[in-house]
Write a protein that binds this ligand. Structure first.
Ligand SMILES: Cc1cc2nc3c(=O)[nH]c(=O)nc-3n(C[C@H](O)[C@H](O)[C@H](O)COP(=O)(O)OP(=O)(O)OC[C@H]3O[C@@H](n4cnc5c(N)ncnc54)[C@H](O)[C@@H]3O)c2cc1C
Length: 351
């Protein structure tokens, strides 16, 4: 009989992140598909009661927790020891966890300790003739595979944004606390704090409905023979301000900075979309001043509706990679869109 364990870490304030609720949704899909399976929840953090209570109306029948100040921060030794103890306490055969950076680096090692197997970047759960199967993409999101495994425990890391978040309500959960062997939970690493960009400098917004992508065209000589980088910068920042879109870039544009050319200062390689960049998930995407070449557009795999603005009617977007291509000057189009959005009484975020 399969025992499915949702394994999550709680956030700094004691809540559960959306990615944890998405993993819970996936665990529930498995639970429904496998007749007679158990669904349990295991949480790690300084305190887990509030997080457990927040999902207490879900069909899980047992809750386990590892708690303590040493489990508040991400640290390999304490996280691995906590996850190992929880999996043993629950006697889990299928461990479903959100693919956060914290779990991604720890759970493959835990799978090894427990003699199990792990699959990362899982984007779907399916039924392969009565057996649980997971879906994931290969070769930079060009091919999708469905996998089954006989080895247990099987750790399944669910990519954030790939599932609906479980909307089960709150209640009172009886959490069984699990002790961790202190010898295993060594603490040679001390977390001193977190350095992160200021909120207004943070242009990558995974939860935004719209992805706005800039290409090298913004920095190229325009019809009048001049570059217009300062104007491009203002147009792009104004657009982001009114739409709260997430900002992506082509590789060429972020590479230009390393080559000492005039570029947009708020872009880094973290914004790059594509084969050697990110594959974000957004309902809509708008590409501007970008050619739409294959290595770039593989990063658009999980964008629901794709539109592009380019001067070149023969670019990659025109050859079937965009749902709608506007053959137009992006400077003029974005200036007009910004003007309309600013005049609109309540600009909808991510329009
Ligand atoms: C192994 C490998 C991996 C790669 N990985 C990635 C990756 O992960 N991500 C990525 O992005 N690329 C990647 N590339 C590079 C990719 O192939 C392209 O070279 C790159 O994406 C092109 O960037 P671009 O469209 O911004 O620039 P360009 O090719 O220079 O195109 C600029 C476009 O802007 C348009 N334009 C100019 N002015 C205007 C205007 N006023 N209005 C509207 N349009 C205008 C032009 O018509 C042109 O189409 C990879 C390449 C290789 C070989």
């Amino acid at each position: 009989m399969e025992t499915i364990l949702l394994l999550a870490h709680v956030e700094a304030g004691g809540s559960l992140a959306k990615s944890a609720r998405e993993a819970l949704h996936a665990a529930r899909v498995l639970n429904k598909a496998i007749t007679g399976s158990n669904l349990f929840v295991a949480l790690v953090g300084e305190s887990v009661q509030a997080a457990a209570d927040s999902i207490a109306a879900c069909p899980a029948t047992k809750y386990f927790g590892v708690v303590g100040a040493e489990f508040a921060q991400s640290r390999y030794s304490t996280d691995a020891a906590a996850a190992e103890s929880l999996c043993k306490a629950a006697q889990a055969t299928l461990v479903v966890a959100p693919a956060t950076s914290r779990w991604n680096r720890v759970l493959p090692g835990v799978a090894q300790r427990l003699g199990g197997r792990v699959d990362s970047h899982v984007t779907g759960i399916s039924d392969a003739g009565g057996k649980p199967a997971v879906n994931r993409w290969y070769y930079r999101q060009r091919m999708e595979a469905a996998l089954t495994r006989t080895q247990r425990p099987w750790f399944i890391l669910i990519d954030p944004g790939s599932q609906a978040a479980c909307d089960c309500g709150a209640g009172a959960a009886a959490v069984e606390l699990v002790a961790v062997n202190p010898a295993q939970a060594g603490q040679r690493t001390t977390v001193l704090g977190i350095r992160e960009p200021k909120a207004d400098a943070q242009t990558i917004r995974p939860d935004a409905p719209l992805l706005f992508v800039t290409g090298a065209g913004w920095t190229k000589k325009q019809a009048d023979g001049r570059t217009r980088v300062a104007e491009a910068e203002k147009l792009i920042l104004d657009f982001l301000k009114v739409t709260r879109a997430s900002l992506g870039s082509s590789k060429s544009l972020v590479d230009l900075g390393g080559e000492g050319q005039a570029v947009l200062p708020f872009l880094s390689h973290l914004n790059q979309i594509g084969q050697t960049g990110a594959t974000p998930r957004h309902a809509k995407g708008l590409s501007t001043c970008c050619h739409g070449e294959e290595p770039h557009t593989v990063g658009w795999r999980f964008i629901g509706e794709r539109r592009a603005i380019s001067l070149d009617p023969n670019c990659g977007w025109a050859r079937g990679k965009a749902d709608v291509l506007y053959v137009a000057d992006a400077f003029a189009v974005v200036a007009k869109v910004n003007e309309l959005l600013a005049a609109s009484p309540a600009p909808a975020p991510g329009v």
